[in-house]
Design a protein around this ligand. Structure first.
Ligand code: IMP
Length: 422
């Protein structure tokens, strides 16, 4: 079997879209396994920049087959919008994109609930993407969700949607949210179903068949390890497992099928939404990273919080995912900083630790830094990792030492060819 899992090692937005694109040229099947349209995977091909939310980014290559796996929560309307936009720009996905019959649907009432729950959290709001992700996973875990397999039978689908809208309306009444019209929602879902039902199939068998036949399969992670609902900075996380375990349960592929785990990390850190971020820089350095790295959310447009590379968190993510290789992205963004800081440990309640704390201890973590000299060189013309400034190579060696994983790819800019491999 030749299955690669590609996972974000930070709080999402690590540049996974570009790395997926870089490794997809030789891939036969690409699978999304968790999350939903909260993701925004940016890929730049020539003069065109595309942001994909649900469709696997690897599908921008013409012969790659794409799977939206059972672990994804699927907004049918968003998928149609994305399919149309790609078709209009010459990417025909007909006959090569498949949706798991086990994937749960994100429907309009999930978005309403996402908004309402955020308001209820008041000062503790998570800062969700408002794409209905949490409430859709709540329905899945609560065993009332509607799955893509149900799109094939419009009359039962209508009853199921109306039943769910009515249940949610009872909840909305207590939350001061306007009731939805079940019949109108059902009409919209049935219209979307007529377009999507032919794509719905048993993708678990499809992925396993492909892997067993030795085809190259890439499982494309969404969000990042520190947003994982179990291992991330709970409760400031998303509602899926973004770790390797989630990529397995969300695709139906067995652990033994995985040959390689590639972790993607930026040469610094960002996060959107609330929650602990020990190495956040509120000063000039953070602003410089935001401006130079264009650190604004690709799904919501929100400015991202920016700060320094956090080796404590990176080591945790590399360890808990069993990462073999690291792709280090956006290294060029650090040019012009007077020094490059890297957090090597935390002090929590007076004690130094290299373990990642949980819960409120994380809020109290004070990062301890190592500093590397800054560099001013433009990396646009670097053609190998050896061409990079010595200070950046030292940072890379430091990352390798701390994580035990080889840095196999360094991205030096948004273009496809600004990707150095070894
Ligand atoms: P949700 O996934 O919309 O429920 O949002 C929960 C948290 O995860 C919020 O802080 C979001 O900003 C964050 N989040 C969700 N998806 C992404 C992503 O793809 N990149 C970065 N942050 C994300």
């Amino acid at each position: 079997m030749a299955v690669t899992a590609l996972i974000g090692l930070q709080w999402g937005d690590e540049g996974k879209g570009k790395v997926v694109d870089a490794v997809s040229g030789s891939v036969d099947v690409v699978v999304r396994a968790q999350g939903g349209a909260n993701a925004g995977h940016t890929v730049k091909v020539g003069d065109t920049t595309r942001v994909l939310h649900l469709i696997p980014s690897g599908m921008l290559y013409p012969d790659v087959v794409g799977i939206i796996g059972n672990g994804v929560v699927l907004d049918p309307f968003q998928l149609i919008t994305e399919l149309d936009a790609l078709r209009d720009s010459g990417h025909d996905l007909d006959g090569r994109l498949w949706v798991s019959n086990r994937a749960h649907l994100v429907l309009p009432y999930h978005k309403e609930m996402d908004e309402a729950l955020e308001l209820l959290r008041r000062g503790g709001a998570i800062g969700t993407t408002k794409r209905g992700i949490g409430p859709a996973y709540m329905d899945k875990a609560g065993r009332v969700g509607i799955r893509a397999g149900e799109l094939a039978d419009p009359s039962t689908l209508r009853d199921r949607v109306i039943e769910q809208v009515e249940a949610k309306n009872r909840l909305f009444a207590s939350l001061d949210v306007k009731a939805l019209d079940g019949s109108a929602v059902a009409d919209r879902v049935i219209e979307a179903a007529s377009r999507l039902a032919p794509m719905v199939t048993d993708t678990v068998s499809m992925a396993n068949d492909a892997a067993e036949r030795g085809r190259e399969v890439l499982i494309e992670g969404a969000q990042g390890s520190l947003l994982d609902v179990d291992l991330g900075t709970y409760p400031y996380v998303t509602s899926s497992n973004c770790h390797l375990g989630g990529l397995l349960s969300g695709s139906g592929l067995p652990p033994r099928a995985i040959d390689k785990v590639i972790g993607v990390a930026k040469a610094y850190c960002t996060r959107v939404g609330s929650g602990p971020f020990p190495t956040e820089d509120h000063g000039e350095a953070g602003q410089q990273i935001r401006d130079k790295g264009n650190e604004y959310g690709s799904t919501t447009g929100r400015p991202r919080r920016c700060g320094w590379l956090d080796i404590v968190a990176l080591r945790f993510a590399a360890r808990t995912n069993g990462v073999d290789e690291i792709a280090l992205t956006k290294s060029d963004v650090l040019a012009g900083q007077s020094a490059i800081k890297v957090a090597t440990s935390y002090v929590v309640n007076g004690e130094e630790t290299t373990d990642l704390p949980a819960g409120s201890q994380f809020d109290a973590a004070k990062p301890q830094y190592a500093a590397f000299p800054g560099f001013d060189e433009d990396l646009a013309d670097a053609s190998s990792i050896d061409d990079l400034p010595a200070t950046l190579r030292d940072v890379i060696a430091f990352v390798e030492e701390a994580t035990g994983a080889r840095v196999s790819l360094v991205s030096t800019g948004p273009e496809r060819d600004q990707t150095l491999r070894r």
